[in-house]
Design a protein around this ligand. Sequence first.
Ligand code: ASP
Ligand code: MG
Length: 471
Amino acid sequence: MKLVIKFGGVPVKDGDSIRKDAELVVSRYKKGDKVAVVTSAMAGVTDQLLEMAHRLIEPRSDPKQLIPEFIRQISIRHYRACQEAIKKVEVLDKTVRNIRETIDLLERALTGISYLGELSPRSQDLVLSFGERLSAPILSGAIESLGVRSRSLTGFEAGLITDDHFTEARPLMDKVRKLARQRINRIWAKKEVPVITGFIGGTEDGIITTLGRGGSDYTASILGAALGVDEIWIMTDVDGIMTADPKVEPSARVIKTVSYIEATELAYFGAKVLHPKMIRPAMDSNIPVRVLNAFRPNQGGTLIIKEPNMARDIVKSITISKKVSLITVGGAEMIGVPGVAAAVFDIIGRAGIKVLMISQSSSQADISFVVDRKEADLAIRALRAEFERRNIGWDISCERNVSVIAAIGAGMKGTPGVAARVFGTLGRNGINILTIAQGSSELNISFTVDERDAVKAVRALHSEFQLDKAG
Ligand code: ASP
Ligand code: MG
């Protein structure tokens, strides 16, 4: 079988876990599988790199102190991981040398940024790329140390060519398909296991790009599609995609199968297991994706495929997005005025703010939308400034502490009465709904409630649709 196996998060937190990842890869290799491995940075490293880059461009930062201290910490963590993960001395030496060279490059990049005092999207991508460029050689070394030949390569070296939309680059699929096949097949032909950095690609000229935060899943899917593998495995620290966040609803269980479109909705609505963009390439090539717990890989996890038999489950999962705010633009002056929505979302879009949910009453007396709570003030300021400039008298109000809850499942489509059950349940539980939206795809019904009602709402719906019972 041909497989892409991706590791991220807790499974790459230290050398011991990396060694276990290597053991899994080696066991598949010994079964005769052709495996391409994709890895994230060691847990937390990308955040640390980003924070450091930002600190260096603060006006009174002290790079002479900041950079050496940071380099020291990064070095300790990665050298220690090498030692824990790699037992064969020659492999260990080679890997440590490789890590040292990469850390030198990182130091130079940070120094450059501190001199310039500015962080362009392009240099940010360069700095963030070091997380994966440091983790991939360690995992590759751990595999070699177990007696299987392996080599690490960057996304770019593996053929992941992107456009130059730094920080959110898009793959140029035609090129990727051709190059990735050539390069990975060549490695497979030598009976080696390629370990590829997730999250990073490169422009055609070889300038490093990133696919957006959490993008290693996306790498796995892009490469899996390009190589035409049999399955893509996402190895993480949870048992799969769940019927609800188990911290909110303890009786939540793993969903055995979901369709690609359901998985996309789930990824988008707060089930943080997968990157939302990762489904598309797999779906287009009809490649099954499995979400597995790296610590219990035999438990089955969640299988994402085209059309699981979904007749029985109308609703598959109740998701919750916390820490969001609801902004409402309204007022009698708006009624019947064309172009209100266009004006509002144009302003919000130009401020670079992502809208998570929209609802508008048919009286057109107001239009509400949800944004990340961190961006609420920015959104309000942008609207106020523009309304003032254009002399528009619409009111702006904001409910700061709300949550978006969504009931998701493809079985809702064409099944009457689901909304009635959702809202009836909330009514019986005395939960006040602020706004409601249902996409015309009928895959989800979403609504906002005061944050204090959110847990109760999730639990009531989870029980109403009997999601605690095996489906
Ligand atoms: N290391 C990158 C991030 O933290 C990509 C990933 O982990 O998927 O965003
Ligand atoms: Mg992730």
